[in-house]
Design a protein around this ligand. Sequence first.
Ligand code: ADP
Ligand code: MG
Length: 323
Amino acid sequence: MSLGEFGLIGRYFQRTALQHAGGNAAVALGIGDDAALLEPTPGCQWVISTDSLVQGVHFPGVYSPFDLGYRALAVAVSDLAAMAARPLGFTLALTLPDVDESWLQGFSDGLARCAGDHHISLIGGDTTRGPLNIGVTVYGEVPAGQALRRSGARPGDLLCVGGPLGDGAAGLAVVLRQSLPEQLDAGGRDYLARRFWQPRAQCELGLALRGRATAAMDISDGLLQDAGHMARASGVALHLQRSLLPHCAALAAWPECQRLDWMLRGGDDYVLLFSIAAADLEQLGDWPVTVIGRVEAGEGVWLDGQPAAADGGYQHFKEPSDG
Ligand code: ADP
Ligand code: MG
């Protein structure tokens, strides 16, 4: 007998592996009623963000359901990290072509792993039949007024990233089994594939940046394009220095021009980009952050003193030939 909608929800989404203590403090009522109830912490603001994953656009056709579950949640949580929010929970709008129990088990396990990494609970959702589509809405909170926005960068601030650049794009090349350089060993391949499928949202860094960074965002569409959003929102110029951009050891296997293109224009890195005064950066403590440039009066994004074109960063609804 087929599992049915409610059996499926009960078995794969209402499991204890998807309920985690950190988030439970705020969840007064989770899955099972018409809606969930959340208990806001007094003095906090809710932080809410939604992401959809569509096969062929956000993930390749060949994948493991575990990886897909992990990635679907991780990319959504990354937006909470970027706002300096503490993640609490998430909802899942899932459209499936059919009920494949081994797929559901893997997907649910991947979700649960990511939920465990961030101590958050699945509090509700919707399950429908149709072409595969995964919608995740994440909920977090931040003390009122302490969220980090894209708009606070000030001339004189340093510009930093919270981790290596280019891993997402190189990871996708590995996942798609594109022709890979001979110098890339199995360890490098595994590392990059994992960085693509299981990006680690930088929530702890986001919390550490509260009250210190002046602006923050996560890099999902490529450094240049995302820096352009920050420059515009803040009304400043962002000056980047090519020689300062950090990359992992595995990326050294590719020629410099490919590597640089991925670091500047590749998407899916999910590391934080933030601006911070030098004195506040010194206070930050032991985080793997790298200064990649500085904020100046003016506008736009500059690379080694030249205006940097963001073309190539990912945009939906834009044809490659559009101006
Ligand atoms: P309704 O018909 O009242 O909208 P549903 O029958 O869709 O409710 O869902 C029943 C319960 O199961 C709700 O608490 C809902 O949030 C939860 N739920 C449904 N689908 C999912 C899912 N994919 N993941 C988590 N919870 C789900
Ligand atoms: Mg209802």
